[in-house]
Design a protein around this ligand. Structure first.
Ligand code: ATP
Ligand code: MG
Length: 602
């Protein structure tokens, strides 16, 4: 796919139209506040990345790319109960795939086993970004869990300052004391515990003396604050659980809100960009950093609206259900909105980026029609896909005026959109397959394909006329007997003769069988999440598996090549394929069949 990225790979021109976050970045550079932006993409490794994350990845890496900065890939791994190495690995692979050739020079990784020692705000990039080829050690993402020692020290500092305390309220009581948005909270009876006692208890929490849920460390802020996140939020909880990255070293774990801002600080993040639901957390983000008296400048948080695509779900909790309940074949099932599913479906990374960037960065929550994504896929694949002949539901055709055993090699265009795409040969003979739906015995008006007594052109070949319809004892059509106008192939004396329809075909004795997986949208309604139980909205026809008859060249189809089966859809080779036994996934149909459905139901 690399030649596709060529234009994108050139040094980016300064962005013309800036979204509101890029405007802020530009101002911060112009004022000299920072030399370069340092952003981060901070997934929690508790599931695979999805198309929504692609928006965040493109925004964070895009800013680094546009302004000569860096974007760290950081595992936000503070909740060991739900996190796994499998997710760390898939996230790393997906991010690399998505930004490769576009912003991979901005990817902040670190040598395996090291933690950042320096905090260089605004881009001394040596430590974070060892230049490719120069780095002797393998690289890995940043981990919030690498900062647990430092974060613990800062918790101790807050206690010493009287700004945090150990609380013995149960999780239920903690909730009850917090109140609700319209009702102020109540001070915990442990709020005024002495610094010494809190220090002692916090140390013992860390040493594993108490069971899960027995105590927490809380920030001492304001139980009457209109912002519920400032009502003495929990900073640490006890969890006797092994961690995928730190093993059994810890049995207390920092909450997201405490770990996140401090991880940003440690990495010298300049602009900490997240989705709108974190807007209400921002005062806490600032409170923590400010109350630790950290040397300035501090990172700042900015929020944008999520990407919410129609006809799918992007909640990890629900995606996990689809996987665990075997509703799909795995996280990378091509129907999943995950990056790995989208990749397996055959969508190029550049298309995902174009879509994720094209939806724009705003503060307004809105639903993005899946058709926009599908349109982008068609657009891009049209330019690069090799055209091939394949018949999904074969109907046998015998050309009675072509002798038995006759084989002719006809020229077929590889890609009419690509002047350098070249030609290939396709074999033609007496017995062919055409698509069942390209013949109708009693067609409606304006049916321009084959009918009894009617004519149609076979793509790259002859005009044929249907003379006879052969049926089995049940009345099913099993064969058509046709004659070809043998002067009508390209360059022939009757080649200019006009017939209304052109259909695709393959030579029966030469065709290879291939498994074809016809994927469709996983859900039938635009918002499966808000229209009852999301699983009740699953499209029962989201996958159909058939055996297709394909032109022989597809026997050695290539995983890096995209194909268009002419008149049908775009396809890609599935990794389940064996040498000589290809399996094809339908990436997207040539036409938007859903738009037609929607019109019908209006
Ligand atoms: P959860 O917190 O429920 O596990 P999440 O989707 O928020 O799910 P994270 O791993 O926290 O998962 O997400 C990593 C980053 O991606 C966050 O900065 C988050 O704001 C961003 N992100 C998540 N979903 C979307 C989305 N639909 N559109 C844009 N950005 C998103
Ligand atoms: Mg999240």
């Amino acid at each position: 796919m690399s030649n596709q990225n060529a234009s994108e790979n050139q040094k980016p021109a300064p962005p013309e139209q800036l979204d509101f976050i890029r405007e802020i970045v530009q101002q911060d550079l112009a004022s000299g506040k920072y030399k370069a932006p340092v952003t981060r993409f901070p997934p929690e490794p508790n599931g695979y990345l999805h198309i929504g994350h692609a928006k965040s990845i493109c925004l964070n890496f895009g800013i680094a790319r546009d302004f000569g900065g860096q974007c760290n890939l950081r595992m936000d791994d503070t909740n060991p109960a739900k996190e796994e190495v499998e997710y760390v690995d898939s996230i790393t692979a997906d991010v690399k795939w998505l930004i490769e050739g576009w912003a991979d020079h901005c990817l902040g990784l670190k040598p395996v086993g090291k933690t950042p020692e320096t905090r260089d705000v605004g881009g001394k990039r040596d430590f974070f970004l060892p230049a490719a080829g120069e780095c002797k050690t393998p690289l890995e993402p940043f981990y919030a869990s690498d900062y647990f020692d430092q974060i613990y020290e800062w918790a101790v500092e807050l206690i010493k300052k009287g700004k945090a305390y150990v609380c013995d309220l149960s999780p239920e009581d903690t909730d009850a004391y917090r109140g609700s948005p319209d009702k102020p909270g109540k001070d915990s009876p442990f709020r005024n515990r002495s610094v010494e006692e809190s220090l002692d208890l916090f140390t013992r929490m860390k040493n594993g003396e108490f069971p899960d849920g027995a105590r927490t460390l809380k920030a001492k802020i304001d139980m009457a604050s209109p912002n519920i996140w400032l009502r003495d939020p929990v900073l640490y909880r006890i969890r006797h659980t092994s961690h995928h990255h730190t093993g059994d070293k810890w049995c207390i774990y920092a909450m997201y809100d405490f770990a996140h801002c401090l991880s940003d600080y440690i990495e010298g993040i300049t602009h900490s960009i997240c989705t709108l639901e974190f807007e209400v957390h921002r005062p806490l983000y600032d409170w923590i950093l400010e109350n630790l008296d950290l040397p300035r400048p501090l990172p700042h948080q900015y929020e944008f609206a999520k990407l919410i695509p129609s006809h799918t779900i992007v909640s990890k909790r629900k995606l996990i259900q689809l996987v665990n309940e075997n509703i799909v074949s795995g996280w990378d099932d091509p129907r999943m909105p995950t990056i790995s599913g989208i990749r397996r479906r055959g969508v190029p990374a550049a298309t995902v980026r174009r879509f994720a960037i094209g939806v724009g960065v705003t503060k307004f929550i809105s639903l993005t029609d899946m058709a926009v994504f599908e349109h982008a896929i068609r657009d891009d694949l049209n330019k690069v896909a090799l055209r091939r002949l394949a018949v999904l539901r074969p109907l046998k055709v015998v050309i009675t005026n072509v002798p038995e055993g006759h084989v002719e090699e006809l020229d077929a265009v590889n890609n009419p959109e690509d002047p350098c795409g070249g030609m290939r040969k396709v074999p033609f003979g007496r017995t062919l397959y055409i698509e069942q739906e390209d013949f109708m015995e009693n067609p409606p008006p304006k049916y321009f394909r084959l009918r009894p007594g009617g004519e149609v052109r076979l793509k790259y070949a002859y005009i044929i006329k249907c003379d006879e319809v052969v049926k089995d004892s049940t009345g099913k059509i099993v064969e058509l007997r046709c004659t070809a106008d043998l002067g009508s192939k390209s360059g022939g004396p009757t080649s200019a003769r006009k017939v209304k329809g052109t259909i695709h075909w393959v030579s029966a004795p030469h065709a290879i069988d291939a498994e074809v997986r016809l994927y469709d949208r996983l859900f039938t309604v635009p918002e499966p999440d808000s229209e009852g139980d999301f699983k009740a909205n699953i499209n029962p026809h989201s996958l159909e598996i058939i055996t297709a008859k394909c032109e022989p060249s597809l026997k050695h189809a290539n995983a890096d090549t995209r194909y268009q089966f002419e008149r049908l859809a775009y396809f890609t080779l599935d990794p389940d394929s064996e040498p000589g036994a290809p399996i094809f996934n339908r990436t997207v149909t040539l036409k938007d069949t859903w738009a037609k459905e929607a019109k019908k139901s209006q």
